[in-house]
Design a binder for this molecule. Structure first.
Ligand SMILES: Cc1cc2nc3c(=O)[nH]c(=O)nc-3n(C[C@H](O)[C@H](O)[C@H](O)COP(=O)(O)O)c2cc1C
Length: 185
């Protein structure tokens, strides 16, 4: 089955490791006949949620803030699956990605449950050799809680210490293949 898949990367670095891993998943997805659109948050201006609750009022169009998030609401809504790739910053999800997630508030209202049953794959990279020391556990826990709340399908997580070379071990290659399979099935 081929799907429309949205990939969102949160790294501010041009050759970020989390983006490298996301690119590898995207390559696999495209090779499998899926349509993948990549959004790099580095190239967007997205403001924080202002908690105005307009998205919870009648006739709202997801969010009243007029910024680069506007077109992303429809892209998220129309995607069969979503890949989120981000670094760990300060023992949690990097702010760039967290801000994007905060703004999804308007997709999870009483009237619209757009995130419900939506598939999510997560990529996280960090500098520490030890995953426990890196704080990735907090980031994973946040994603688990979020997607439990929205009743989304958190189908796969890849987390990895950043490597100096942008190359794949056979174990990582397998993880990427499994992630692509999970997002496209
Ligand atoms: C502001 C900042 C905070 C960071 N905090 C952590 C951290 O808490 N734990 C960790 O293991 N690495 C931390 N790092 C290292 C990054 O997570 C690591 O370099 C990661 O692979 C970057 O991903 P990217 O290459 O996709 O941007 C931090 C880096 C920066 C710039």
């Amino acid at each position: 089955m081929s799907r429309n898949i949205l990939a969102v990367t949160g790294s501010p670095r041009v050759n970020g490791y989390s983006s490298f891993l996301a690119d590898e998943v995207i390559k696999k997805l495209r090779a499998g006949g899926n349509h993948v659109e990549l959004i790099s948050l580095r190239e967007t201006e997205i403001r924080p949620c202002s908690a105005c609750d307009s998205c919870r009022k009648d006739g709202s169009d997801f969010c009243v803030i007029d910024d680069d998030m506007k077109p992303l609401y429809r892209k998220v809504a129309q995607s069969g699956a979503i890949l989120l790739a981000s670094p760990v910053y300060w023992f949690s999800i990097a702010a760039q990605m967290k801000l994007f997630i905060d703004r999804l508030y308007g997709l999870n209202t009483e009237e619209s449950k757009i995130l419900q049953d939506k598939k999510f794959g997560i990529i996280l990279s960090y500098g520490d050799d030890d995953p426990v020391g890196s704080g990735v556990i907090n980031a994973i826990r946040s994603y688990e809680d979020m997607f439990r709340y929205t009743k989304s399908d958190l189908c796969r997580i890849i987390h990895k210490t950043e490597q100096p070379e942008r190359t794949l071990t056979s174990a990582l290659e397998k993880d990427i293949e499994v992630m692509a399979e999970a997002l496209s099935s």
